[in-house]
Write a protein that binds this ligand. Sequence first.
Ligand code: ADP
Ligand code: MG
Ligand code: MG
Length: 212
Amino acid sequence: MGLDVAWAERWVRRTAERIAEAKGELTELDRQIGDGDHGENLHRGFQAVVAKLDESGGAERTEVGDVLMVVATTLMSKVGGASGPLYGTAFLRAAKRSARREVDGSGVVVLLEAALEGVTSRGKAEVGEKTMVDALAPAVEAATAASDAGQDPAGVLRAAAEAAEAGAEATVPLVATKGRASYLGERSAGHMDPGSRSSAIILRAAADTAQD
Ligand code: ADP
Ligand code: MG
Ligand code: MG
C-alpha cells in the first residue's frame, strides 16, 4: 500500500508534536555547540506549519507533495538560522518529487534523496562534517537497500529512521567543520549535532505514521 496525502498530513502534524516534546533536548544540544536556538527555531516553524494546514483546510491538497510544499514555504519564511533554509529546501525538493497521489517504497527513496540533495546543494556539507547530512545520508542509503529488498514504504521509512538515529549518535565524536559549531573547532567533539537529531526525529515520525 502506498503513502498518500493523508499520511503526509499526519506525518507533518506528528512531527510538530514530537518537535514540541523534543524542544528542550534540541535546545540543550544546540547550547553545547551552537547558540541554543535549534529547538525553538524548529518548534516555531512546525507550529506555523500546523496553523497553515489548519487554516487552509485539506480539500485543496490531493497529492503528497501538496503537504510537503506547505512545510517548505512555511519553514523558509518562519525559521531563521541555518536550519530554516536547509529544511525548507529539503522539503521543497521532496515536494517536487512527490507530486502524486501515492508514494511506494521506491518513491520514498526518491523523496529522501531529493531532500538530501536540497540540504547539500544549499549547505555544501559532506558526510562527517557533523551536520544533519550525517543523519540524512545514511538514511538514504538504508532506505535504498530496504526498497531494493522489496520492503513496503513503512519498512523503507523504518530503515531510514533507524539509520538517521544511528547517524545522529555517530556525530558525537566528530569535529564540526560546517555551520556555527565549526567555530568551536576541536571543542565541538563530544556532543551530538542538534540538526542530525532533529532530522532523525522527523524521519521517525514519518516511519511511525506509515505504520499505523
Ligand atoms: P543556527 O546554527 O543558525 O542557530 P539552527 O540552530 O537552527 O541554526 O540549526 C543548526 C543545525 O543546522 C546544525 O546542528 C546542523 O545540523 C545544521 N547545519 C548548519 N550548517 C549546515 C550546513 N552547511 N549543511 C548542513 N547542515 C547544517
Ligand atoms: Mg542554533
Ligand atoms: Mg541561531
